[in-house]
Design a protein around this ligand. Sequence first.
Ligand SMILES: *Cc1c(COP(=O)(O)O)cnc(C)c1O
Length: 353
Amino acid sequence: MEIKITRTECPKALPDSSTLGFGKIFTDHMFVMDYSKQEGWHDARIIPYGNLSISPACTALHYGTEIFEGLKAYRTPDGGVQLFRPIENARRMNRSAKRLCMPEIPEDDIVEAITTLVNLDRAWVPNDPGTSLYIRPFMFGNDETLGVHAVDHATFVIILSPVGSYYKEGLNPVKIMIEDEDVRAVRGGTGEAKCGGNYAASNRAGDRAEKKGYSQVLWLDGVERKYIEEVGAMNVMFKISGKVVTPALSGSILPGITRKSIIEMLKKEGTPVEERRLSVAELAQAMKDGTLEEAWGCGTAAVVSPIGELSYKGEVYIVNEGKIGELTQHLYDTLTSIQWGKAEDPFNWTVKI
Ligand SMILES: *Cc1c(COP(=O)(O)O)cnc(C)c1O
């Protein structure tokens, strides 16, 4: 793929690492590429970061034809920069594209676009503990029509944002509310695609949980509202009687790369893992009889997020005395050491750029 590069004439000052937060500051450049049914993907370019110009009739604004990805570039102890399993993000982006009838992009081109852009804005990969450069590739339907139709024109963009440590005050267990009214997704819907619409649908429950003092909701399946699916925008795992149990990918669950990596890690270490249906009744029973040992969410942003409290229909359950479990901590430490290049990567997950 040929990428035309136009450098900014007014580079911004690099931000102070202590002020980063999440997704508020953007680097000097962005990647943009256009698609039309006639020409295919064309005009791959890196240009100064700035506003896009789109028609008010742009289909994404009306009908939600938008998909995205999220991954990070990490600063290693030797000053290098590496990515974590970027090919997995490229593959998932294409699976999301298929689901929304949007055009696919050759996986190697997606990775090349990411790599070229990150390399250009390499100085923006922060260095403080826990910080990273968040990479947000996204694609939106860009037809100028109010007709409802599969996508004939699309735009693919990558923006970069230096982000602070998710755990400024250390790895803290969070309070989770099991949501029994709203659902995030149903089988046959778009739950397994990483698309913007799923997020719009989850805002109401998230908002309600926040008002009650919970940090996220735990989603149940959309048909019976009995089976556990995900927690907020993370996959979820439980340690019950020494075994790790996580909901099987049923069609309405987002196939997380962190989830997949943890499962591979656990298998290698000889910890039993079960991917299966887990009902909220089974979980409640495990909480009552004390066999629920640990619970955590997992995703790129937080890596591993311990769950200290779960509430369901007004009952409150404390997990592991509200403390971080041993396995939760181990998974966090092992995965982050690989991602930040502080430990061997026996899986070959990281890609130096
Ligand atoms: C992105 C995402 C995840 C986590 O996926 P990772 O690849 O591990 O970052 C989980 N659930 C939802 C709904 C997501 O959008």
